[in-house]
Design a binder for this molecule. Structure first.
Ligand code: PLP
Length: 370
């Protein structure tokens, strides 16, 4: 988090009102009974878990989801009462800790439950959600027999079934058929349960936005809570406007005019033309500005200018249309004037998805909240 001991002008500015807007819009879009599970794993997709969770709760989120036991313990410090679900698998040794801190675990295997039974009994029951693999192929029970056996085993333990869920692999694609098949398979297994758990849930952001008919008791809203569409396909069919929460900003720290043929940065891969103005930015690949982003544009004075030469660990250079003063504001991701650079520009250039970019801004970049 930003504090006065951080003097470098490079920072991620997080608009908490945007997160609030996205959560509120989703809640009013989905059926009344559907709860919002705010997914705040990986430090709230790089936005800061404490702040993201707090604003999601204000907007009406009923529960949080994280990926790991450690993330749950971290979130517990700032959210002493809210329900927290760990989406990934936890070691058996964590079950007692989870029971004590009222953290909800994901359970998929009978052998895991048997190991819990073999431990000391808990003071209070540990709530769990059973994960069903309906076609993601990652974790979860896949057959009715497996599910029946698992449930029988859970009933003899200090675990109590609070929910059952699955995860869509292709809800962000044009073809709706794979998701429909997954939903059908999931519901077939859910209907085998001896009693209906409190929460049946299936959808991620793409599912929540494009398949409101699969909303069930809750949706797990991750990337789009932060205003980023999961894919171009989803971006084209959004039921409401998402507001982007993150901007990445810095300032010019050095400005100079070059003569023809002078080289810029490691390897001398870029040569200036006569009279070219070059600016230096205090941001580099150690911050998450990947080396292969050379050529990517940034915004200065409301205009797009390219990063030139090799990106260094802590700095990079940009081509300026004219002289600008040191201290001039530069936007790497976000809006300036009429121009906007979305995180997708980076992910397309890097052949990946915006999710991966959001979680790789390093902790060296202070997050500032507005
Ligand atoms: C990460 C994750 C989500 C959230 O997915 P988004 O596409 O970011 O909305 C939901 N469910 C599970 C199991 C996840 O791992």
């Amino acid at each position: 988090m930003f504090n006065e001991t951080q003097y470098r002008p490079t920072r991620a500015v997080i608009n908490t009102a945007a997160i609030k807007h996205n959560a509120e819009q989703l809640i009013s879009y989905l059926p009344k009974k559907t709860k919002l599970i705010a997914v705040v794993k990986s430090d709230g997709y790089g936005h800061g878990v404490a702040q993201a969770a707090s604003v999601a709760l204000q907007a009406g989120a009923e529960m949080f989801a994280v990926a790991t036991p450690d993330e749950a313990m971290t979130l517990r410090k700032t959210q002493p009462t809210a329900d927290i679900l760990v989406l990934g698998l936890s070691p058996v040794s964590f079950a007692a800790v989870a029971a004590q801190h009222r953290i909800i675990l994901t359970v998929t295997s009978e052998s895991w439950v048997k190991q819990v039974i073999a431990q000391q009994p808990f003071d209070n029951k540990c709530r769990i959600h059973v994960k069903i693999d309906s076609g993601m192929g990652r974790i979860g029970v896949r057959t009715e027999e497996e599910l029946a056996q698992l449930v029988k085993c859970i009933q003899q333990s200090d675990l109590s079934i609070d929910g059952v869920f699955t995860h869509f692999a292709r809800a962000d694609e044009e073809d709706r058929e794979p998701t429909r098949r997954q939903f059908e398979r999931f519901m077939r297994l859910v209907n085998c349960l001896p009693e209906k758990p409190r929460l049946i849930h299936a959808s991620n952001s793409a599912g929540a936005l494009l398949f409101p008919e699969y909303a069930l008791d809750a949706v797990r809203f991750g990337i789009s809570l932060y205003g980023i569409p999961p894919s171009d396909t989803v971006a084209k069919q959004l039921p409401f406007k998402l507001k982007r929460a993150l901007a990445l900003e810095t300032e010019l720290t050095y400005v100079k005019q070059m003569t023809a043929g002078e080289a810029i940065s490691y390897g001398g891969t870029y040569e200036a033309v006569e009279g070219e103005w070059i600016g230096t930015l205090p941001v580099g690949y150690a911050d998450g500005l990947k080396r292969s982003l050379t050529g990517q544009e940034v915004l200065i004075d409301g205009k797009r200018v390219p990063i030139v030469g090799t990106i260094c660990m802590d700095q990079c250079m940009i081509r300026l249309p004219r002289e600008y003063p040191e201290g001039e504001k530069v936007v790497l991701i976000g809006k300036q004037g009429k121009e906007e650079i979305a995180i997708e520009e980076w992910s397309e250039r890097l052949n990946t998805i915006p999710y991966e970019i959001a979680v790789t801004f390093s902790t060296r970049i202070p997050r500032v909240y507005t």
